[in-house]
Design a protein around this ligand. Structure first.
Ligand SMILES: C[S@@+](CC[C@H](N)C(=O)[O-])C[C@H]1O[C@@H](n2cnc3c(N)ncnc32)[C@H](O)[C@@H]1O
Length: 347
């Protein structure tokens, strides 16, 4: 589908490589703007309409992970909701398709760059070609073809896609910079070691490093393509960040090791038993008095349904978030307020 013909290095857009051709980039920009306009303009209205429609059908969505199928049926029977979700999903498919097609016109160059970066610093890279990948991590999340682990360039695809799924607000990693600014540090001020789990391409870990220049920073992810690309990306910014392939539920660090542990939009993308193990691991490696900062969708609480009710559940049913219902109904904020800070970024 790609129209790319220009095999040239077009430089960087902030910390993200420009797509190989101007035609691809303007196409993706257009899709991004169209998608964001649609979502921002109609999100609340569609949410209200969806919630009313569910009420009419006597379907209760609060605190229930098993209502996704019912929600899907209701949408299929309502032309307005069905068109909204169809267009939203189509935009997602179209931009992913174009980004991936475009990047693959330079696939060999990219594979070579990633290989070369492996022995380059600053920072380090550790991964295992024989890593025992659990089945749950092989699924296609966010409709990214071959998922996070099934393509050597998955990290680069993901990076180029962040412009769009962060609502066009992540130029130069602005989104992650703001998160780093808002990340609460330990009260005693000691920040010698920082860990980000589920880092994908390391945008938050890198912004935390910029704010805590003397700290040793680790960025871990279960996906080798993510940490390999994240390492390359950090080198471009001359940042000493250590990338390692590691499952969040089996962290290879000693007890009480880190002053700060963060996870940004990891939890809604792992199954509930893995969330439980990850929470325990995050606490194990955190020193007494350290902070654990979790950024994610709203989980359920007494005050509100998780993940924005109807549209959240629909998004997980229709937009490649198979594990989100498990997370947003588990009352993370209420149950875990004691040991860390929990913010809701989106809803
Ligand atoms: C939405 S991305 C995270 C984004 C990133 N933290 C950011 O700030 O943009 C979710 C990441 O979690 C990773 N992941 C999924 N399951 C994991 C696990 N069990 N342990 C570590 N990483 C995992 C995926 O490979 C993916 O890169």
């Amino acid at each position: 589908m790609t129209q790319s013909n220009y095999f040239v290095d077009r430089g960087m857009n902030g910390n993200t490589p420009a797509l190989p051709s101007r035609a691809d980039e303007s196409f993706v920009d257009y899709v991004c703007e169209a998608r964001n306009t649609l979502l921002h303009a109609r999100w609340k209205q569609m949410g209200d309409h969806g919630n009313e429609t569910l009420k009419k059908h006597d379907i209760k969505i609060e605190h229930s992970a098993d209502c996704v199928e019912q929600v899907r049926d209701v949408i299929a029977g309502d032309m307005e909701l069905a068109s909204f979700m169809r267009i939203k999903r189509s935009y997602q498919e179209i931009y992913k398709d174009r980004i991936i097609g475009s990047i693959n016109t330079q696939r060999d160059d990219w594979l070579r760059k990633l290989d070369e970066a492996e022995t380059t610093g600053p920072g380090s890279l550790t991964y295992d070609p024989d890593f025992p990948m659990p089945d749950y991590a092989k699924v296609q999340i966010h409709i990214q073809p071959r998922g996070y682990v099934g393509d050597d360039l998955a990290g680069l695809y993901y990076d180029c896609g962040t412009q769009i799924f962060f609502g066009g607000n992540n130029a130069g990693d602005a989104w992650h910079r703001e998160l780093a600014e808002r990340t609460a540090l330990p009260e005693d001020g000691k920040v010698d070691r920082i860990l980000e789990i589920g880092c994908s391409v390391g945008q938050l870990a890198c912004e935390l490093k910029k704010r805590n220049t003397d700290a040793e920073v680790w960025a871990t992810d279960i996906s080798a393509p993510m940490v390999r690309y994240g390492h390359w990306r950090a080198i471009q910014q001359d940042l000493d960040v250590n990338f390692a392939q590691m499952a969040s539920e089996a962290l290879e660090f000693p007890d009480n090791h880190f002053d700060l542990v963060t996870a940004h939009i990891l939890f809604h993308e792992i199954p509930r038993p893995v969330i439980e193990k990850t929470l325990a691991e995050a606490l194990r490696v955190l020193r007494p008095g350290g902070t654990f900062v979790l950024w994610d969708f709203s989980s359920a609480s007494d005050e509100k349904p998780g993940y924005g009710g109807f549209l959240g559940l629909m998004d997980s049913a229709d937009n490649g978030e198979p594990y989100a219902p498990g997370f947003v109904t588990m009352e993370v904020e209420k149950n875990h307020r004691g040991y860390g800070l929990c913010y809701s970024v989106y809803w």
